[in-house]
Structure formats: C-alpha cells, structure tokens
Design a protein around this ligand. Structure first.
Ligand SMILES: Nc1nc2c(ncn2[C@@H]2O[C@H](COP(=O)(O)OP(=O)(O)O)[C@@H](O)[C@H]2O)c(=O)[nH]1
Ligand SMILES: [Mg+2]
Ligand SMILES: [Zn+2]
Length: 343
C-alpha cells in the first residue's frame, strides 16, 4: 500500500516509518487532491534543483522526498524528463512525479556494473549532427564516430551540412553523398542565404533534438536563422552548446516556439561520451553499412580485422562498404580518442 509520507528535503526513512505507525496506520490514505499539479519538462539541472519549463514559465524545483525514496537517486531526475510539479508561489515548485522515459542518452560509468548509468539526457527523439562544408573543413571520421554513438543509443541521426554558400551544393554532395546513400537524412544548408532552413525547422518541429557538431560550423547561426528570437550569440563561447561554461557540463534544453514541445538540447557531455562500453564484437552492429554483413562472418565474435572468413573484409574489398567507413570502424575499435578541441 502506498504510504503517505511527509514532505521534506532530507527524507529520513526511520522517522517516516515511526510517523506512519503513530499517525497514519489506521487512517485512510489521504487522497491526493487533484491539486493544481502542472506538467513541465526539466530543462536544466542545478545539483539538487531543477529548472522546469511549464506553461506558465520556468520554475525552480526541488524533488519530493517520496520520489527520492521510490527511485534510485542516480538518475532520479534528468534533463529532458517530463514531470508533474506542485507549484510553490510563482517561480518555484516541487517535482511530484517523473514520467517514464521513452529514450535516454546515457553513459555507463567506467568500472561499475552495467546497470549503473549516467543519464545525460532523457527522452531525446533524435540527434542532428552539424558540419560545414568548409571553414572548418569537415572531419568525417568524427562524423562516423558520432553516428555510432547515436546508433548505440538507438537514436535516429540526421546530418546538416552548412555553409554551402561558400562552395556550392555539388561540392558538398561529393563529400557527404555517401551518408544520404547510407539512409541518413541529409540537409544542405546555409544560414547565410537561408537555404535548407525550412527543412531544418520541419525536422526539429515537435521533437527533442540533440544538436551537436564541431565549433565554428554554424550551429548557433542556424538556430538563430530558424528562430531569431532565441538570440544566440554567434561566435560567442557562451552560447547554446555551452563550451567554455565553467559551471556545468550537463545538458540543457531550449524550447523553440513552434510545434508541440519543440526543444533543442545542448549536451556538452556528448563530446566526452566514450565508446569504451561497446564490446569490440558489437561495434560492427552500429555501422549501418557494416551491420548487414556481420552475421555472415565465420566466427561469431569476429572483429572484422584479421579473421579468416570475414564477410565484412570481403565486402570492403568488393567496394560494398566504403573504405573510409571501414577506416573509421578500425579507429574506433582501436580506441582512438578525439581531441576535445576537434569536436
Ligand atoms: N558563409 C557562411 N558563414 C556562416 C554560415 N553559418 C555560420 N557562419 C559563420 O560561421 C562562424 C561560426 O558560426 P557559429 O554559429 O558561431 O558556429 P557554432 O560554433 O557552430 O555555433 C560565424 O562567423 C558565422 O557568421 C553560413 O551558412 N555561411
Ligand atoms: Mg555556437
Ligand atoms: Zn568479420
């Protein structure tokens, strides 16, 4: 039977039990009033407090003691969680309920059991990876690495190639056409001329989208072009992807004022996502072009590097898998780490 537990910050189980015994045992459970709980989305984590975006603005919220007891503290509340809040005054509130997550972007902690995960972001719908065709030049091995992270988290990935005004779209197609052929939605854009901006807006609409990519490719400029009022500072370090912010490396959501619950997520932690938790024999499953061949290898634990009877190596030799993609596969397998500045 669910128990009524008084609400205070540092929940004390023994005290609550005593309280329950002495006060509440034979009394009917107080019916939770259809009190004015409001729904919202957690947009930022501040240690023990969370910013929750509700219909009547952003509220700074604590978590009800009851929730702290019911769920493991680790991933109790994460940015992106859909919550119910009991309002306190105009600007504050208590998180009363956390809805089940549809998806997570998570990181397993090194050296801990498989079940211990850091949830970087709750309920992401998709990831948008932004590159520029020039200034800076695209680093495709980095793109492949990011696609693996998306696949491993079972998140649909899409690619935006920005600054096509500088080269023309044909040049961009030569470099990125492979990814369209792999089935990834690909948008050629220019924040400068407005090309592709409508397509981007449609892609974001109604979704929570993780936006990432190297710095300088035009992410802030694109978001500003999609929705000018957000006013991200172009070329500024303290903009939505949070680089150089000293305080927190955790995710943050920004609501875009179109569609239903349209959010973009700035997830600095994503750059630090190691791929160490992917076991070498599984990595091939996260390359959409390698995956179709892995079950044809002679050995079930084939790493597709040197083994005889490897269907993947055969497919590379026959040109069915692009050499560059296989190169990325090998680098990730070797655990190559990218420099933070590169990303
Ligand atoms: N020519 C051109 N320059 C762009 C475009 N988009 C952004 N830029 C410029 O690229 C630089 C970096 O943009 P910014 O949005 O700060 O990149 P971010 O680090 O990815 O957020 C700025 O000087 C922008 O004016 C574009 O489509 N075409
Ligand atoms: Mg930026
Ligand atoms: Zn193989």
């Amino acid at each position: 039977m669910p128990r009524y537990i008084p609400d205070y910050d540092d929940y004390d189980e023994e005290y609550a039990d005593d309280y329950f015994e002495s006060h509440l045992r034979s009394k009917p459970k107080p019916k939770k009033q259809a009190e004015n709980l409001v729904s919202g989305v957690v947009i930022r984590s501040l240690g023990h407090h969370y910013e929750v975006e509700t219909d009547d603005g952003v509220r700074l919220c604590r978590v009800r003691g009851r929730l702290l007891q019911e769920r493991g503290k680790e991933t109790l509340v994460a940015v992106g969680d859909r919550v119910l809040v009991a309002p306190e005054g105009k600007k504050k509130g208590l998180i009363d309920e956390v809805a089940e997550r549809d998806s997570v972007l998570s990181r397993r902690r090194p050296g801990t059991s498989q079940s211990v995960e850091d949830v970087i972001l709750a309920n992401p719908d998709q990831v948008l990876i932004v590159f520029s065709i020039t200034q800076p030049e695209p680093h495709l091995r980095m793109l492949d690495r990011f696609l693996v992270i998306a696949e491993a988290n079972e998140l649909p990935a899409m690619i935006c190639v920005n600054k096509v005004d500088l080269t023309g779209i044909e040049v961009a197609q030569v470099t990125f056409g492979l990814y369209a052929a792999l089935g990834y939605p690909l948008i050629y854009a220019s924040a400068e001329t407005g090309q592709g901006i409508d397509d981007l807006r449609h892609l974001l609409e109604d979704n929570l989208t993780v936006v990432t990519g190297p710095s300088g490719v035009g992410k802030s400029t694109l978001i500003n072009a999609i929705h000018p009022d957000l006013n991200l500072r172009v070329g500024d370090l303290r903009d939505f992807e949070g680089k150089g912010r000293h305080t927190t490396r955790s995710a943050q959501l920004f609501r875009l004022p179109f569609g239903k619950d349209t959010y973009i997520a700035d997830t600095p932690g994503i750059r630090e996502l190691g791929l160490y938790e992917i076991d070498p024999a599984s990595l091939g499953f996260f390359f959409v072009d390698i995956e179709p061949f892995v079950n044809d290898c002679r050995f079930p634990n084939c790493t597709h590097t040197h083994e005889p009877g490897c269907a993947v190596q055969a497919a590379v030799a026959e040109g069915k898998i692009a050499a560059e993609r296989y190169e990325s596969y090998l680098r990730i397998l070797e655990g190559e780490d990218l420099q933070e500045e590169e990303w």
